[in-house]
Design a protein around this ligand. Structure first.
Ligand code: ADP
Ligand code: MG
Length: 325
């Protein structure tokens, strides 16, 4: 493990601060993270957490107020055009020309990067064949399925052979099947192109598709690591209890088991050392104080709650009105 930290990361963000004018709270509030080479790295956070702001800084659209951003050792603020040639960028809002065919969309993108003629033809054919869209090349983009459109968008961003692909919420608005299609595609890319992929999402269940994740909230990283490692660190079984008298119940748990419970409204969360006797207590002695309870392994959402004191789905802002599951 020790040697991992010596390897230069592909993306390194240090103490980033960014505030939008007229907003009282900063959008980024000391955000730091390191993305290893050739991995799929997920930035997971609720709406308003700072994902798109981070993304815009990475894609050189915004300059941070403070902090440093390096991509493949290049300073993003000092050398934005050098960085842009390293990056494939997929923005959250679709950027395809629907009236053009699949092939024409790639040609158009090639022209933006100064790729023309035979070379462009070759690159287009290579990418479309490699990435399973060759049969669709003459199809108008508007006729593609949601998943195919997203795949085309990703393919388009690869025309100049970037070392790093960054995507802002690429699966938002897609049905579960199309989401899977996009994730499989990203994994395929990581394998075949040896590319580093940074992806943002507000869906905690997508964590398992990433090699490493950073959970972010209110513009800073709450925790970072491999999903399995984070789950492991969460430890033993978690008992979630719904009750109309959380304070009273939490006091009796404290006195009987010397255990503190975290509470969120009418919801108590406890990690007992001896699960069996704790459950026996709930069923026999405390049943009048509770509505129901569940026992399970702690999830990433539990970790998020533990670190932030609030549920993942709660918005931090009044800007985005999209509701998170
Ligand atoms: P996410 O992508 O995780 O939903 P954002 O980076 O879009 O989060 O937003 C982070 C914070 O910055 C939020 O508080 C949001 O309201 C605020 N914010 C984002 N874009 C703007 C903007 N254009 N003007 C003012 N505030 C903004
Ligand atoms: Mg966003």
């Amino acid at each position: 493990m020790g040697s991992d930290t010596l390897i230069q990361p592909m993306i390194s963000l240090k103490d980033l601060f960014y505030s939008y004018p007229e907003q009282t709270k900063p959008a980024l509030n000391g955000l730091s993270l390191r993305v290893p080479k050739e991995s799929i790295f997920g930035i997971l956070g609720p709406n308003g957490g700072g994902k798109s702001t981070t993304f815009k800084i990475l894609s050189t659209l915004f300059k941070p107020d403070q902090g440093s951003v390096e991509i493949d050792g290049v300073d993003v603020v000092k050398s934005p055009s050098k960085v842009r040639s390293l990056l494939g960028i997929v923005f959250q809002s679709p950027a395809l020309d629907k009236k053009l065919t699949v092939e024409e969309n790639l040609h158009h993108q090639g022209h933006l990067y100064g790729i023309k003629g035979k070379l462009l033809e070759e690159k287009t054919e290579f990418l479309l064949k490699r990435l399973g869209l060759w049969e669709k090349r003459a199809e108008r983009t508007e006729n593609l399925s949601g998943g195919q459109k997203r795949r085309l968008e990703i393919t388009k961003s690869l025309i100049h052979q970037p070392k790093i692909l960054i995507l802002d919420e690429p699966t938002t608005g897609l049905d579960p099947l199309a989401r899977r299609e996009v994730w499989n595609y990203l994994k395929f890319l990581r394998e075949t192109e040896k590319i580093t992929i940074l992806v943002t999402t507000h869906l905690l269940e997508e964590a398992e598709d990433c090699d490493e994740i950073a959970l972010i909230d209110q513009g800073r990283v709450v925790c970072e690591g491999r999903p399995s490692q984070l789950r492991h660190e969460m430890g033993s079984d978690l008992v979630s209890i719904r009750t109309s008298i959380p304070i009273e119940l939490s006091e009796s748990i404290q006195s009987k088991f010397d255990l503190s419970s975290s509470s969120l409204g009418n919801h108590l969360r406890v990690q007992p050392k001896d699960l069996e006797s704790f459950v026996r207590f709930l069923v026999k002695e405390a049943s009048s104080k509770l509505d129901n309870f569940t026992v399970g392994k702690p999830t990433l959402e539990d970790l998020f709650i533990e670190k932030t004191g609030h549920p993942f789905g709660i918005e931090n802002t009044n800007k985005d009105s999209e509701v998170t599951a």
